[in-house]
Design a protein around this ligand. Sequence first.
Ligand code: GAL
Length: 827
Amino acid sequence: MERVSWQPLALLLLAAAAAVASGTEVGYDGRSMVIDGERRLLISGSIHYPRSTPEMWPDLIRKAKEGGLDAIETYVFWNGHEPRRRQYNFEGSYDIVRFFKEVQDAGMYAILRIGPYICGEWNYGGLPAWLRDISGMQFRMHNNPFEQEMETFTTLIVDKLKEAKMFAGQGGPIILSQIENEYGNVMDKLNNDESASEYIHWCAAMANKQNVGVPWIMCQQDQDVPPNVINTCNGFYCHDWFPKRTDIPKIWTENWTGWFKAWDKPDFHRSAEDIAFSVAMFFQTRGSLQNYYMYHGGTNFGRTSGGPYITTSYDYDAPLDEYGNIRQPKYGHLKDLHNVLKSMEKILLHGDYKDTTMGNTNVMVTKYTLDNSSACFISNKFDDKEVNVTLDDGATHVVPAWSVSILPDCKTVAYNSAKIKTQTSVMVKRPGVETVTDGLAWSWMPENLHPFMTDEKGNFRKNELLEQIATSGDQSDYLWYRTSLEHKGESNYKLHVNTTGHELYAFVNGKLVGRHYAPNGGFVFQMETPVKLHSGKNYISLLSATIGLKNYGALFEMMPAGIVGGPVKLVDTVTNTTAYDLSNSSWSYKAGLAGEYRETHLDKAKDRSQWRGGTIPVHRPFTWYKATFEAPTGEEPVVADLLGLGKGVVWVNGNNLGRYWPSYVAADMDGCRRCDYRGTFMADGDGQKCLTGCNEPSQRFYHVPRSFLKAGEPNTMVLFEEAGGDPTRVSFHTVAVGAACAEAAEVGDEVALACSHGRTISSVDVASLGVTRGKCGAYQGGCESKAALAAFTAACVGKESCTVRHTEDFRAGSGCDSGVLTVQATC
Ligand code: GAL
């Protein structure tokens, strides 16, 4: 029996009487979601199913649950499910029903963000490129072609999930669903255009017609909110934000735990202290449901997975790293926070509340009271000074800068967002197969460029330079443009190409004469390269490549790619005037490369004889390489180190690991030189901080999920090296905790240390009191405590984890008797 149960509480209670025994009744009121009649404080985390493998899902979900999460949130990836119109894919990592079943089996709730426009640093924001072929189509506006396709897909997903009984009312895990994504931002840009308004109202009506029995949300939709929809917040902070109506709860759909990375960028890090601060502030200010975007970021496997210029890694600095490892101290510090918040669920959602600013609006005490109990938050938004705050009972509490203290009884501080009690882990990469010393044995095969250097017809001809996405249907990154011209005698020219990107290779008479790619940020660029024409017929062949399609912004599908209109010219080197304008010559077109048609990456039997052995060429553009390797033993995640390669695509046993580009060096940004968790975190502009990897390859390591590997049998890696590189340096590594460090601020505090994947602590290296210099993994003790070292060594060495209490007996030499105890162990 289906029930619509998004009405406010009173109606919901009536409906509850008719509830099916196994179903969960979901509704809401002005304070929170209401599940089976109870207000609930919910913590959720995003895990995108195609950014990992089904084999990884149970472990990721279990870790999320152990981290104190109630729910898993995911988008739905339309272009992955419907790669060609009405041809569907629900296999492997696109088995969405299996994903939700895993969530259910773990005893967790799920949040379904259908979109189906999802942004998400995903190719075209999840919209399949074939949509463009439908006449009259305009993305995300009020028009029949788009709305029809959107409804067809939404209905398909809803029906599939209903059939599998995945909605809460059916006994399934899904308690909320989302339609569209951050459309408010588009409406702003379009000046609240009428068609935009009609579209978003249409979205809400279409969604509500689906009868899913759980409420619908729209994120970042602060104006023109349609009826029967909950508007929610996205951002690094959501304490100052409140929903439009008072009868809907305050929900935070995206608390960004870090940031995504582009090929030209270093790594973004958002500190555990700052995330904890934002979460605590949110619940201080009546928050009721918060979702981490991302809890596990994962990997953009395959060419239609990432967004424009987005790296293959979508690590996001999330609490679970790209490979599924626990990232400490982020994971543990948030888990501690979840435990405290959960213990206050009742009073936060039912209590009366009072916010009192303490002398300055930066300092606020919020007191919740219920029956005879009370709970307090004290927040300090100063980024440079701690404050002393005296509560009603006369007790004074010191609250560090940019932090929130939580006192579940208004007496004892159970949590302060700036005080980390969890260990810090330093992840290390260890050689995968110790026995391989001489590297892998490679064979190679040239990509067959010849046909497009000659008179081969291509797919069609046109006397103009065409837009790439429309021409190729985004079936490949690559589109060939080729023309020819008759010339008398030998001459030198400059070949000038104006392109909207993203990358361009130019050949003249079969010889590579130039390569260029979009400089930071913008895709439009000009290539100018010297060329020589010979007497007779000359061929100009241009290969344009996209690197993920745009996923954000109003009318983003209007953003062109490729050599749209050019001009393409041959410029006289002496007079600098145009000798030939080729823009309207007869151009012949072909999407995709020969190796893509042959599916060389699958290493098919019929192609085996094509691979060449012997000395393999290095730094040769447009070359396929193949090697076999042994899978590293054990359970630790595996990565391939591709340093030395240029740009291309990598497969293992036929599975696409994504685009690689280790030759791309990340920009030098100011944020690499400052890191202070205090103060507003931003991913753009002046707020950037705590970046790492400036001037280093933006992505050197590529995840090889364990399920792609065969144990005890040879595994095959195939590379398509487009720019030229040296595969002989490729190696495999496993990633696990290498060093674990923790601190105890006071005598009586417990220090817990743990390795990962069954590894044990091999030594305790530092046990020091007072200020410790250096970083975890390379601490230099200041005041060594022999007693502490002995106690930790006895309790920890040989164990996977251990806990030791800081005692009075832990003393160091004179002048060292007090202060924080710091311990460092090696796994
Ligand atoms: C949000 C968007 C997400 C993602 C995020 C940045 O605005 O809703 O899909 O793109 O930004 O990672």
